[in-house]
Design a protein around this ligand. Structure first.
Ligand code: IDP
Ligand code: MG
Length: 150
């Protein structure tokens, strides 16, 4: 079972799209592990986006993610990282497939609504940055056997 960090970024929160995002992952069959509505500190923003330090959009990205509260979540499921990236769409909303979150709700790369871990290892790293171990909820759903084959 893989896990991915998902953030509804400040633009998604301000635009009232938290529920829309959660609904899409629930409908996909993914299982919620953790959720926290929070203001992102400068320190956490820098750790989260460390790989982008030095890029032309870095300062704007840090300003964006710390500009207003975000909804941070962890979702799990088989191949959760790839499944979630697929539902999220491409980094640039205008290159995202119709039906994806970024296609359906965004236009600009600097206001692309949502973050999702890009690899299983990234999911583990990011989950550790954003959540303490005791904030992760291990649980089973009655419907799991109708969604998860194994
Ligand atoms: P991802 O969010 O699809 O994984 P990354 O390449 O990891 O995309 O970039 C992280 C975030 O940085 C993007 O989601 C977007 O908000 C922002 N970003 C990436 N490239 C640009 C850019 O060229 N201009 C402005 N913001 C960008
Ligand atoms: Mg990324």
């Amino acid at each position: 079972m893989e896990r991915s960090l998902v953030l509804v970024k400040p633009d998604g929160v301000q635009r009232g799209l938290i529920g829309e995002v959660i609904a899409r992952f629930e409908r996909r069959g993914l299982r919620l592990v953790a959720a926290k509505f929070m203001q992102v500190s400068l320190e956490l923003a820098k750790q989260h986006y460390a790989e982008h330090e030095g890029k032309p959009f870095y300062d704007g990205l840090i300003a964006y993610i710390t500009s207003a509260p975000v909804m941070a979540m962890v979702w799990e499921g088989p191949n959760a990282v790839a499944a979630i990236r697929q539902t999220v769409g491409s980094t640039k909303p205008v290159e995202s497939a119709p039906g994806t979150i970024r296609h359906d709700f965004a236009l600009e790369v600097g206001r692309n609504l949502i973050h999702a871990s890009d690899k299983p290892e990234t999911g583990i790293r990011e989950m550790g940055l954003w959540f303490k171990a005791d904030e992760l909820v291990e649980w089973k759903r009655e419907v799991d056997r109708w969604v998860f084959e194994g």
